[in-house]
Design a protein around this ligand. Structure first.
Ligand code: ADP
Length: 574
């Protein structure tokens, strides 16, 4: 190559200006690195231009880009940070000039087969800084002894300053992109985890999400149970034997112990498999890097997530922060799922109790009612004068009990989904009139004003008449029960697009705080003045459920304390 062709002075500066513009053209890290390598080639007049970056987490210097003839073969060379020209450049922060590479002491030379066979001779290496810290080098190589001059040293220094800015931009951009991607992963994981209410499924998803998020080969979730850990679930990309339920003393697991006591993630290398039982020992023998993450709930480490890699890439700080996000989500989702499971169990216990109570009470109750009826009819001889009142009392109370057992039974049938709904077309005016008639004798006892208002024309509905009767009886009886004497109750039927019956009273009304709750099972307004009123708190929830199963609805239209309430039953049109 003829020396005369090389740019000097102003021309060199012009070349520098041109390549600098090209270096900042892209925000893509790989493109920027390639542009920098090419710029070295042009500005330093060499055979090979190389960009090396420090990988602090791994404690290495990595070759990131090359330019020049046959330079592509150099790919993925990794250097130690304590030896060699690049290491010296980074450590000293000063340009290094080497006149002949092969004259360097042996230990200063790179032990790479590719570089060994290269006829590299003269070399110029400049440090690259990012925000004041050395992050790598720009290296110019000549394949023959042709020492770089002080002038090229100044030029490459200028280039390195420009490259620092270009790389800072690209690195910042790629870090932002990575942070964004991590956030998206965490959001997706959160959505995925909270989509299930089954604790087993939540754990399964949490492990898979964590393994995917930080590129791991294996993930295990262990519950902390006293002095031991128990494997709840695990996921291995390569499959493998099942360890669920495997118990292991925390004392034998130093990383686990540290993670639990400090409540902070702990990074580790190979497992000590000597204390593990087969087949776990062989499954973990290949592991190179681990991240042990304590999951804290209510100030207590309840579980530990252990991720591992069989490939040689150590976990870094950003992996841990992402895992922390997913771990927190997992713990919350798990708690939700557990609470849900608990409430389901309570619900199931209630249903079982309903079933049992209803069935166990029914037989003795019908025997009592039968005997009372026979006594009243004189089957066992005439009833003495003094026995008549107590007998009427027993009759009345067993009637109340029958209603109660009937409610329990309906509730348990609704729960068990064994209640039949058989809709037929009928006139709602009839159903309302009948309900008022059934309540008439009770009403008379307390001097109630009970009235029905119906339109002239029939109001046809398609519903189960038995269930409609149950609902109306409930509403009318509540209106009588929760009113001061003498009660005023009005049942109004209306037709139109949707047939409806309103049951209104001028009673005690329902306090604000209870409005939302009166349709809950077993809920009753806690008022000392009303404790004498018999009831179970099942009437309204049963009535609403029945109305809904018939394609209608039951609502509390309005209620004012001391003024009264209006309940409205809507049913489908025939
Ligand atoms: P029960 O009547 O067996 O207590 P319900 O489910 O029918 O059960 O009613 C639940 C609660 O709602 C009642 O205990 C009462 O406190 C309140 N409630 C129902 N209907 C009325 C009403 N018409 N006026 C005032 N309070 C009512």
């Amino acid at each position: 190559m003829a020396r005369a062709l090389k740019p000097r002075g102003a021309a060199a500066l012009e070349a520098l200006r041109e390549v600098s513009t090209r270096m900042v053209r892209s925000l893509d890290l790989e493109e920027t690195l390639a542009a920098v390598a090419k710029a070295i080639l042009e500005v330093a007049e060499c055979d090979i231009g190389a960009v090396w970056l420090l990988d602090e987490a791994a404690g290495k210097i990595r070759l990131r880009a090359t330019a020049g003839e046959r330079a592509a073969e150099w790919k993925s060379i990794v250097l130690a940070t304590d030896l060699g020209v690049n290491a010296v450049t980074i450590r000293s922060g000063r340009v290094q000039r080497v006149d002949d590479y092969w004259e360097l002491p042996q230990e200063q030379q790179v032990k790479s087969a590719i570089i060994q066979k290269e006829p590299l001779r003269s070399m110029l290496v400049a440090p690259v800084f990012r925000r004041g810290r050395p992050i790598g080098t720009l290296a110019a190589h000549r394949r023959r002894v042709d020492p770089f001059t002080a002038e090229s040293e100044a030029t490459i220094q200028l280039l390195a300053a420009q490259a620092g800015i270009a790389l800072d931009n690209a690195l910042t951009y790629s870090e932002l992109e990575a942070a964004h991607a991590r956030l998206e992963l965490a959001i997706a994981a959160a959505a995925d985890l909270s989509a299930s209410l089954d604790p087993v499924e939540v754990i399964r998803r949490a492990i898979r999400r964590a393994v995917q998020a930080v590129g791991s080969d294996r993930g295990v979730l262990l519950r902390v149970d006293g002095a031991e850990t128990v494997v709840e679930d695990f996921f291995d990309v390569a499959g493998g034997p099942d360890f669920i339920g495997y118990r292991h003393p925390i004392a034998f697991q130093p990383l686990m112990r540290q993670a639990i006591s400090t409540r902070r993630p702990v990074l580790g290398g190979r497992f000590d498999v000597s204390r593990l039982d087969p087949p776990l020992d062989s499954a973990l023998a290949e592991v190179r890097h681990t991240a042990t993450l304590p999951l804290v709930l209510d100030d207590e480490v309840v579980a530990v997530l252990v991720l591992s890699r069989r490939h040689d890439v150590a976990y870094v700080e950003t992996d841990l922060s992402l895992l922390g996000l997913i771990g927190n989500q997992a713990v919350l989702a798990l708690r939700n799922a557990q609470l849900f499971e608990h409430s389901r169990q309570v619900g199931r216990a209630q249903t079982d109790f309903l079933n049992l109570a209803a069935h166990e009470l029914r037989t003795p109750l019908s025997v009592i009612a039968g005997y009372v009826a026979m006594l009243e009819e004189g089957t066992f001889g005439s009833v003495p004068e003094g026995m008549q009142r107590p007998l009427a009392m027993i009759h009345g109370k067993s009637g109340e009990l029958e209603v109660l057992v009937g409610e329990l039974l309906t509730a348990s049938r609704l729960e068990g989904d064994t209640l039949r709904v058989e809709p037929v077309a009928f006139d709602l005016r009839r159903a309302a009139a009948d309900a008022v008639e059934r309540a008439r004798s009770r009403g008379t006892l307390v001097g109630a004003r009970l009235q029905v208002k119906s339109p002239r024309r029939s109001v046809h509905t398609a519903a189960d008449p038995g269930h409609v009767a149950t609902i109306l009886d409930n509403l009318v009886n509540n209106a009588l029960s929760f009113s001061p004497e003498p009660p005023w109750v009005q049942v109004t039927v209306s037709g139109g697009a949707q047939p409806r019956v309103a049951v209104a009273d001028h009673g005690y009304g329902i306090p604000r705080g209870a409005l939302e709750r009166i349709f809950e099972r077993f809920f009753r307004v806690d008022d000392p003045n009303l404790r004498h009123v018999p009831g179970t708190g099942l009437g309204l929830p049963i009535s609403r459920e029945l109305a809904q199963r018939m394609g209608g609805s039951l609502r509390l239209e309005r209620s004012r304390l001391g003024k009264g309430s209006v309940f409205v039953l809507r049913l489908p049109r025939a």
